[in-house]
Design a protein around this ligand. Sequence first.
Ligand code: SF4
Length: 277
Amino acid sequence: MVFSIRKDETFNEKLQHNLTERFKRNRRSMNEAVHVSDITSGCIRKAWFRRKYPDDDTIDINTALHFLRGIAYQYALTLLLELDSTEIPVESKDNELVGHIDAIIVEAGKECVVEMKSTNTIAHFDINHTTFKEYLRQALYYLVLSGLEKAYIIIKYEQQEQRFYKTDKHGSKHYIRERSQRPARLETWEIVLSKDSIERQKIEAEMMEAKVLFLESLQSDNVAKLPRLTGPARYIKCRSCPYYDKCFNKSEQDQSAIEYASKVGILDQLTLDLSAD
Ligand code: SF4
């Protein structure tokens, strides 16, 4: 008779290994079409570096767990909401921009885009938050590419809101959970973009401009055409970016990239208008 109990790392290691392999398989090369996520996920320049230097973008256990939660959430929500189809491929008329819509739901005979997001942020987003705008931009681009008029963004906040309090003398960070702060929850946004709206034309123009820019930088093998992040996004995202050294110390940024980054996009105009209402 044997009785033993011990910690075992087998499944952790297998999870990390298999997720890493999956990430590698899904990576796009320099020759592949532009994906919607290249031009909507935080930093267009990082998307270029990911294609050029895929091995620099390693996957730690936190990324692996976040990815796992995302897959599980999407799978469960698809079943529970009885969504009609998932991972629907879409592409632009010139075939140079591709993407995958998370799911489609049919309402009153009309198909609607569904995008599912999960986040473990401790500061829930308002409409002008950078990450919320990334979600919104992606949903709008999918509406344009699919020719549909309505989308839902379902955001799963995994944690109650918290407020940073202080870093103590040992370097530990302290946070406060106030009673008034929002709990962990699902939040759904409905977006309508009619086919004849001027906003749709502007969003399509913005999307195609970003596509052309990214494609040119891939074809010319030159990241200098793409802008670095600026402002708070630079402070938050660049310091943990695996390409920081290549981006800031070993590559240039053209004046045209700086000018591109300084333009007020249609989405910024729209969200500013909405929040002013
Ligand atoms: S360092 Fe910042 S600007 Fe450069 S690629 Fe990374 S996230 Fe983008």
